[in-house]
Ligand binder design. Structure first.
Ligand code: PLP
Length: 544
């Protein structure tokens, strides 16, 4: 009996749990609807309440785990292995029994998969270079040239982020403006002899237009030079393999193509898992080992991480594992059939609307719509004015800005649809809303980008030449950027904490026009300010 045994334990804290979940429910009620097929981007709804419940239960079951260490928490290793195996079979990777087999990792999402694909390519490239004079390995700084990633302009922004984070140069190659597919000859020209190229990236399909890049042609050319190819199937990876009559309808984009070295496929998109999981698959074990980070050079525990995070939740993995086990291949085929049916119905409606056209030849459930310039101006429909009108019926579509490619060619501004299985149940109402809105806005032009910009500049800096005023926006401080955000995105006021609509609920056409007209550095700075301010406590509000 020691004195310590007699010491009374300090009392546990008194929790103030009451009302917390009610408040959360009230906050959630203000969110855009995640179910029911009203929002045709961001959310991927299989329309199976049971599956949601299963995913939630799986998250609860692993809530206290730390997925940092699969040796301590062995369930993490088993679930990851089984999810990687499912994805590998789906994308026709052969087993890892031999060195050239396909191995993989579960990551936190598409962006992390893309970042890690670039990181792997960078470090594999550096490892293959001759060592420095003192025997130490090459670094980017001692290469003597800029290491490049070559991709079409339609490649996901995650690769812009990867290049920025990892110190590589992203070379963006124009796509064919008619099909919006990557141009293999233009990519080959940009790759050149390939000696300074860490990775070529193509998409299956691209997010903006839903078209599948010519993976076979690009991979054949790249592999002839020994340049690795990543196929970004973040959005397509869990849906194209199950598309009805895929063998005839979907160009081959997966590990059946010899030069493809890695593929990203997000389980939290068409895998129908809650947010927080993607799979990155890599051909060749030795290559994939460059993805992992390890260090024993500190006084703490030896660190080895396959992904960017250290300590991490096992919840997304468990949910994704449970969802994929529950659906299995037949389940994915069934939900994908509903998704494909809804996509056909949507194409039929869109095809009947004079003044709009579907961009390129999309394969799968993504569709982008632009103005049909082949009809007289008074019969044309602007996709952004149209999607703003559709919003009145409760359907939320995603406007995308027009884009000038490096060769000066234009990709038009579009409105994007992400069709999911739940769309099948609302496609009648959606179709009617699309047709009604089309009649209402036919012939109505969008706000002219240059005029929107000139209007803004005139209020900001009266009497100053527009070009000088834009130049003055070059380096904005937070206060000025916030002022501008309030005048533009928020339509005149700080709406945080009030009853006014959140950003994005007003008309989007003028905002997208402004994004197109502003130099990217300025629009990017304004968006940074908007998002950073959303996380700042609002002085004097109930939350503060
Ligand atoms: C969604 C997407 C990404 C990025 O994925 P996140 O899960 O949003 O991080 C990358 N590439 C493509 C083609 C995508 O559709």
């Amino acid at each position: 009996m020691s004195a310590l045994d007699d010491t009374p334990l300090p009392a546990p804290p008194v929790l103030r749990a009451e009302g917390i979940l009610d408040r959360l429910a009230a906050l959630r009620a203000a969110d855009a609807p995640t179910h029911g097929g009203r929002v045709l981007s961001y959310v991927y709804d299989p329309d199976l309440a049971e599956l949601d419940a299963l995913a939630g239960d799986a998250i609860r079951a692993v809530q206290p785990l730390n997925a940092l260490d699969p040796t301590t928490f062995s369930s993490v290793a088993v679930m990851e292995r089984e999810l990687v195996s499912f994805a590998r079979d789906m994308l026709h990777g052969t087993g890892a029994q031999d060195a050239s087999g396909v191995v993989g990792t579960v990551t936190s999402g598409g962006t992390e998969s893309c970042l890690l694909a670039v990181k792997t390519a960078r470090d594999a490239f550096l490892a293959a270079q001759p060592a420095q004079a003192d025997g130490s390995p090459r670094t980017l700084a001692t290469l003597g040239f800029a290491l490049r990633v070559v991709a079409p302009t339609t490649v996901h922004a995650a690769f812009h982020k990867a290049a920025a984070y990892l110190g590589l140069e992203l070379v963006l190659v124009p796509v064919d403006p008619a099909s919006c597919r990557a141009d293999p000859a233009a990519l080959a020209e940009a790759v050149g002899d390939g000696r300074d190229v860490a990775l070529v990236v193509v998409s299956a399909p691209s997010y903006p237009h839903g078209v599948v890049d010519p993976v076979e042609e690009v991979a054949a050319a790249a592999s002839a030079l020994g340049v690795p190819v990543h196929v970004d199937a973040c959005v397509g990876g869990w849906v194209l393999p199950f598309w009805p009559d895929a063998a005839a309808q979907v160009p081959v984009f997966d590990f059946r193509v010899p030069g493809v070295t890695s593929i990203s496929a997000d389980v939290h998109k068409y895998g129908y898992a809650p947010k927080g999981t993607s799979v990155l698959l890599t051909r060749d074990r030795d290559r994939q080992r460059h993805q992992l980070f390890a260090t024993t050079r500190w006084p703490g525990y030896p660190v080895v991480n396959s992904t960017i995070m250290g300590s991490k939740s096992a919840g997304p993995l468990a949910a994704a594992w449970a969802v994929t086990q529950a659906l299995g291949v037949p389940g994915y085929q069934a939900v994908t059939a509903r998704c494909a049916g809804a996509t056909s119905a949507l194409h039929e409606v869109l095809g009947s609307i004079e003044g709009l056209r579907v961009v390129g030849l999309p394969v799968g459930p993504l569709v982008a719509v632009a103005t049909d310039e082949s009809v007289p101006a008074d019969r044309r429909i602007d996709p952004h004015v149209w999607s703003d009108a559709v919003r009145a019926s409760g359907f939320v579509l995603q406007p995308q800005p027009g884009f000038t490619q490096p060769d000066g060619s234009r990709l038009p501004h579009t409105t994007h649809f992400t069709v999911t299985p739940v769309t099948a149940g609302v496609v009648g109402g959606l179709g009617a809303a699309l047709l009604d809105a089309a009649e209402a806005v036919r012939g109505v032009p969008r706000p002219d980008p240059q005029q929107v910009l000139a209007g803004l500049l005139a209020t900001l800096a009266p009497g100053v030449e527009p070009t000088d005023a834009v130049a003055a926006l070059g380096s904005l401080d937070s206060a000025t950027a916030w002022e501008l955000v309030q005048r533009t995105v928020l339509g005149g006021a700080d709406t945080r904490g009030g009853d006014a609509p959140e950003p994005g609920t007003g008309p989007m056409a003028p905002l997208l026009a402004l994004v197109e007209a502003l130099p990217p550095a300025v629009s990017e700075r304004l968006l940074v300010e908007l998002i950073a301010r959303l996380a700042e406590p609002v002085p004097g509000s109930a939350e503060d």
